[in-house]
Write a protein that binds this ligand. Structure first.
Ligand SMILES: *Cc1c(COP(=O)(O)O)cnc(C)c1O
Length: 401
C-alpha cells in the first residue's frame, strides 16, 4: 500500500489503527498453492491465532483455505466465519480433555500431541480419526521462544515414543489418519525443513490408514529489504518431488497440508500511530507515539524489528530516532532508527503488522484496543470498531463497599 493511502485511512478511521491489505493476503495464498501446484490434494489451513478477525477468516475461506485452531474459541470463531467443521483442524497443546472432546463432537479434525491424551481419547472414541503431532527434534527456529521442535520442547510426541503410540493404536483400535509436525516459526533453511520432513515420512510409513501429512509452518517472511525469507518456490519444488515419491511408496494418494500464519498475513498488515511527543535528551531523540506494547507487543516480547515509516513525511531527510510507546515501563519499538524527519502530530507506519499483533493486543494501562480496517478494491472497510469506555467496564462488577 502507498503512504498516501495509509495516511488517508488514518484520517478516516483515526489512530492507532490496524490496516490489512486483502490483495497481499491473496498473493501469499496463491504463492503457496502455486508452489505446490503439482500436488493433487493440497490443503492450506490458515493458523488463525496470527490474526483472527472474522472478516480476515472469511477472506481466507473465500480463497479456499482451511483453518488451524488452538482453542475451542478459535474453532467457534471459524464456524461463525463460515468454515465447515471438515475444513478445520484443532492442534492444541496442554488443553483439557473436555475441550478436545467438545471440539471432536463438532466434527473437527483432532490433532493430539500427548501420549496420555492419545490413550484416553483412543479408549473412549476409537472410531474418531485422530492426527498425531510428532516432535522430530529438529531445531528450525530463530528466536528461542518460537522454536518448538527441539528436545526440551513441550510440543508434540517425541519420535522416540512412536513405538508407544503404535501400542496405543493396537490396544484401542483407534484410527490415526494424519501425521503432523510444526517445527517452529522462522525456518531459515529449506534443507532443515526437508530433513525434518524425512523424519515425518519415516514415521508415516508405520501407520497404515493415513489420509494426510501436515508439515506445519514456520515460514519466514522478510521484515526489511535484504532479509532472508523462506524460498517457498524452491521448497515447493523439492518437497513436491519427495512427497509424490512417498505417495507411490505408501501406495495411496495423500493430502499434503500446511498451516501458515505469518506467511499469509504478516506483510499484509500495517499499524498506524500518531506521534505525541518528540523528546530530545542528552544522547537520544525519542519519538513517543500514541500507543504502546499493549497494542503491538512483538518488539518487546520477541525483539522483532518492525520497519517504521513516517507516512506524514515520507520524503523527509532521515534522522535517528528511538521510537517508544506510552506504557509506564520500558516500551521501546525501535532503537536508533533512521526515519524521515518526524514532527509532533505525524503518523508513523509499522510494517509486518498482520501476524501476532492485534491478536496479542491487550487493554493494559486501561487503553482501548485499536480499530481494524481491511483495504480491499481500493477502499477501507472497517472490520472492528475502536473500543470505547463501555468495553473497559464490560464484565466488571462494582460491589457494595
Ligand atoms: C502458531 C502455529 C502455526 C503458525 O506459525 P507461523 O509461524 O505463524 O506460520 C502453525 N501451526 C501450529 C501448530 C502453530 O501453533
Amino acid at each position: 500500500m502507498q503512504p498516501a493511502e495509509l495516511l488517508s485511512l488514518s484520517k478516516e478511521f483515526g489512530n492507532p489503527l490496524y490496516v490489512y491489505d486483502a490483495d497481499k493476503i491473496e498473493v501469499q495464498y496463491n504463492r503457496l498453492t502455486n508452489a505446490f501446484a503439482k500436488v493433487e490434494k493440497l490443503r492450506i489451513n490458515y493458523a488463525m491465532k496470527a490474526l483472527s478477525n472474522i472478516s480476515i477468516l472469511k477472506l481466507l475461506r473465500n480463497l479456499g483455505s482451511g483453518l488451524d485452531t488452538v482453542s475451542i474459541q478459535e474453532v467457534q470463531l471459524g464456524l461463525h466465519a463460515g468454515f465447515t467443521p471438515d475444513k478445520i483442524i484443532f492442534t492444541p497443546n496442554g488443553v483439557s480433555f473436555e475441550e478436545i472432546e467438545e471440539v471432536a463432537k463438532l466434527g473437527v479434525q483432532i490433532n493430539i500431541d500427548n501420549l496420555s491424551v492419545l490413550e484416553h481419547f483412543g479408549a473412549k472414541y476409537p472410531k474418531t480419526p485422530v492426527c498425531i503431532r510428532i516432535n522430530p527434534h529438529v531445531m528450525a527456529g530463530g528466536n528461542e521462544n518460537i522454536s518448538v521442535g527441539h528436545i526440551d520442547s513441550k510440543f508434540g510426541i517425541s519420535i522416540y515414543q512412536i513405538p508407544h503410540v503404535l501400542r496405543i493404536v493396537e490396544n484401542t483400535k483407534m484410527n490415526i489418519n494424519g501425521i503432523h509436525m510444526h517445527t517452529g516459526s522462522d525456518i531459515l533453511d529449506i534443507e532443515v525443513f526437508l530433513y525434518a520432513s524425512e523424519i515425518l515420512f519415516d514415521t508415516a510409513k508405520q501407520f497404515k490408514d493415513l489420509e494426510f501429512l501436515d508439515f506445519g509452518s514456520g515460514f519466514k517472511v522478510p521484515y526489511k529489504k535484504g532479509d532472508i525469507e523462506t524460498n517457498i518456490e524452491e521448497l515447493g519444488k523439492k518437497l513436491t518431488k519427495r512427497f509424490l515419491a512417498f505417495e507411490k511408496e505408501y501406495g495411496r494418494e495423500l493430502t499434503l497440508a500446511f498451516e501458515p500464519g505469518k506467511f499469509l498475513v504478516s506483510e499484509a498488515g500495517y499499524f498506524l500511530a500518531k506521534v505525541n511527543v518528540i523528546k530530545q535528551t542528552t544522547s537520544t531523540v525519542f519519538a513517543g507515539i500514541d500507543s504502546g506494547f499493549n497494542h503491538l507487543i512483538r518488539p518487546m516480547f520477541y525483539g522483532s524489528q518492525h520497519n517504521i515509516e513516517n507516512i506524514s513525511n515520507p520524503k523527509g531527510k532521515e534522522r535517528f530516532y528511538t521510537v517508544v510507546g506510552y506504557i509506564c515501563e520500558t516500551d521501546t519499538f525501535a532503537n536508533n532508527r533512521r526515519i524521515p524527519e518526524i514532527h509532533e502530530g505525524d503518523t508513523l507506519c509499522f510494517r509486518n503488522a498482520g501476524a501476532y499483533c492485534f491478536s496479542m493486543a491487550s487493554n493494559y494501562n486501561s487503553r482501548f484496543k485499536p480499530a481494524e480496517v481491511l483495504w480491499k478494491d481500493g477502499k477501507g472497510h472497517l472490520i472492528r470498531e475502536r473500543e470505547t469506555f463501555e468495553n473497559l467496564l464490560q464484565n466488571q462488577i462494582m460491589i457494595e463497599l
